[in-house]
Design a protein around this ligand. Structure first.
Ligand code: 3HC
Length: 311
């Protein structure tokens, strides 16, 4: 990179200016943004699958309508993020090919099965809760289109988190069997939710550069800590117990001390060994194949319109 241009770029980022699609940017900045934004978009789209599984099984019409709205929101989040990533010169087809070939990642959290209705509560409460923790700072990420997409997404995320917490609160205050379901879902979703924030800072190859170029405003561990500090009181408020016997309020730090994430499990799921990872990719591959006729029709229609315009 041309040192003078790099210095000017870094001065702009340090002054909290937004970098826009037509601005000069280091190749590494473009590359890491396509990486993060496309994987963020993949996570939104794959994330529709675990919840989609319960739309026809929701316990009543109100819950069904809310879950339907949430899953549709996630599709929209995926589209905003794919569109924002395209401003960096990649294409929808390239990003989809990277996902389907296994080259690109999506969040490990979506490789866990949704076994009972209480999982839908735990996903909204914990998974969308963690997503809010991680996405609120991204509203000030240095890349303009990404930051603006986040503003819109964060507004909808809070509805997702609230409806999930309400489901869980309702079950926890219900019959002993319902409370057991809510506790079982918390037990299965707690640690995978902590993994959403990424590996520990000292094991995070991207954090140093992402912090310098203000793509990230907080580190993985900082956000994970904030999530624990906010969520533990929410569990206690509805009589549920977080499945971590090392969890303890540390007056001095003004934060919770908590146990160690199972990083073996994390890296195994990142490698694609999650409980339902195969099913997730099969579902995405099928959706892509089933959609081929729509893409072909749209292309032929566009070609006909272009030819008509020429004539
Ligand atoms: N699942 C899968 N891969 C993960 C991961 C996870 N939970 N956490 C980290 N990784 C990957 C990273 O992508 C990186 O691999 P790569 O270089 O091949 O991309 C590697 O592990 C090392 O991690 P780093 O900490 O170095 O990577 P980042 O600096 O990119 O930090 C991140 C990871 C915090 C997830 C960051 O990419 C980020 O903030 N992404 C945007 C938010 C996002 O993608 N959230 C995922 C969930 S979306 C969601 O929950 C939607 C909601 O509506 C439900």
């Amino acid at each position: 990179e041309d040192p003078a241009r790099l210095a000017a770029f870094e001065a702009r980022v340090a002054a909290d200016e937004f970098i826009e699609p037509k601005d000069w940017m280091p190749d590494a900045y473009r590359k890491t943004l396509v990486r993060q934004m496309s994987q963020h978009a993949h996570s939104e789209i794959v994330g529709m699958l675990p919840e989609g599984n319960w739309i026809t099984r929701a316990p009543n019409l109100r819950r069904k309508a809310i879950l339907l709205a949430k899953v549709q929101d996630e599709a929209g989040h995926g589209l905003y993020l794919y569109s924002a990533a395209e401003t960096l010169g990649t294409s929808r087809d390239e990003m989809t090919e990277a996902l389907l070939s296994g080259k690109a990642k999506y969040s490990t959290i979506f490789n866990y099965p949704t076994l009972t209705w209480a999982d839908i509560g735990a996903i909204g409460w914990l998974v969308d809760g963690a997503a809010i923790m991680n996405q609120v700072p991204l509203q000030r990420t240095s890349y303009g289109p990404y930051a603006r997409a986040m503003v819109r997404i964060c507004k909808e995320e809070s509805f997702h988190q609230r409806q999930g917490y309400e489901i869980t609160m309702h079950l926890a205050a219900g019959t002993p069997e319902q409370k057991r379901m809510a506790q079982d879902a918390l037990n299965r979703w707690w640690w995978p939710s902590l993994m959403m924030f990424g590996p520990p800072d000292e094991k995070s190859p991207n954090t140093e550069q992402s912090m310098r170029w203000r793509i990230k405003r907080d580190t993985n561990d900082e956000l994970r800590q904030k999530f624990v500090d906010i969520t533990v009181p929410q569990a206690e408020a509805i009589g549920l117990k977080v499945p971590d016997d090392k969890l303890k309020w540390n007056e001095e730090r003004g934060a919770y001390d908590f146990g160690e994430v199972d990083w073996e499990e994390f890296y195994a799921v990142v490698r694609g060994e999650g409980p339902v990872a195969k099913e997730r990719m099969q579902a995405r591959q099928k959706a892509w194949d089933d959609g081929a006729w729509v893409r072909d029709a749209a292309r032929v229609h566009a070609e006909k319109r272009a030819a008509a315009k020429q004539a």
